[in-house]
Design a protein around this ligand. Structure first.
Ligand code: C5P
Length: 229
């Protein structure tokens, strides 16, 4: 079975408040997008890539793509729409039992070791799964007015990271069903869960952060510098 990588990179990154989408902010002179693709390539040089980019994206440079086999697909309104577009775009080529790993472009700090461990863990898993890390902080739910309404039990809670990997046929079915039912899906696993299936939690590093807020870029720079030291 073939290995596909889907990288949603069509977000505007409004929470960053930067002058450009966060995938084009720079780490050590390279855009985040190039860093993320380089990591994925180190782990999976033979994979086929689908890169979801905004149709109006004028900053993208194909020189940042190290993969031999890749295509650009246009993003949608939400992350789930971007990923769905990618799955539609490869419908003629992908087999139902091909593995698809979906990885946020905004997570350049994922390590090759975590990528390889996830891939190995999913190789014979009938459902699929995701990199995740146990929650370390005590979790509070707010009352909508800046005060604590409840304390959530931390034990057994995980941060859902990416990549998230599922068989092509299952993922396509799950995303289509979730979109049709109007269920909000912020990751692939939640769509698969709505089918009554339980994705595997593969413990990954906590520093596989998603660059979201302005302070995250400095953190990502430090993490990547420390990893290559
Ligand atoms: O906004 P957020 O950080 O949750 O986005 C996660 C990932 O999904 C990012 O890599 C972003 O570029 C991507 N995305 C997308 N299409 C959208 C919205 C987000 O590809 N419409």
């Amino acid at each position: 079975a073939a290995l596909w990588l889907v990288v949603p990179a069509a977000g505007q990154g409004r929470r960053m408040g930067a002058d450009r989408p966060k995938q084009y902010l720079e780490i050590a002179g390279r855009p985040v997008l190039a860093c993320t693709l380089a990591r994925l390539y180190s782990a999976f040089p033979g994979a086929r890539l689908c890169l979801c980019l905004d149709a109006d994206d004028a900053r993208f440079d194909p020189a940042w793509v190290p993969f031999a086999e890749w295509r650009r697909v246009s993003g949608g309104n939400e992350r789930v729409d971007s990923v769905s577009h990618a799955l539609e775009a490869i419908a003629g080529e992908a087999s139902d039992d091909d593995l698809v790993l979906v990885h946020d472009v905004a997570r350049p700090c994922v390590t090759v070791a975590d990528l390889e461990r996830l891939h190995a863990a999913l190789s014979d898993d009938p459902v699929g799964g995701l990199l995740a890390s146990p929650v370390a902080d005590t979790m509070k739910r707010d009352d909508g007015a800046g005060r604590v309404a409840a304390t959530e039990l931390r034990a057994g809670l995980w941060h859902a990271l990416t990549p998230q990997g599922f068989r092509y046929g299952l993922l396509r079915q799950a995303l289509a069903a979730a979109v049709k039912a109007g269920i909000p899906v912020t990751d692939e696993a939640s769509a698969v869960e709505t089918l009554g299936l339980s994705p595997q939690l593969v413990k990954g590093r906590r520093d596989n952060l998603k660059i979201t807020h302005p302070e995250d870029l400095a953190l990502a720079r430090q993490i990547l510098a420390a990893q290559s030291a």
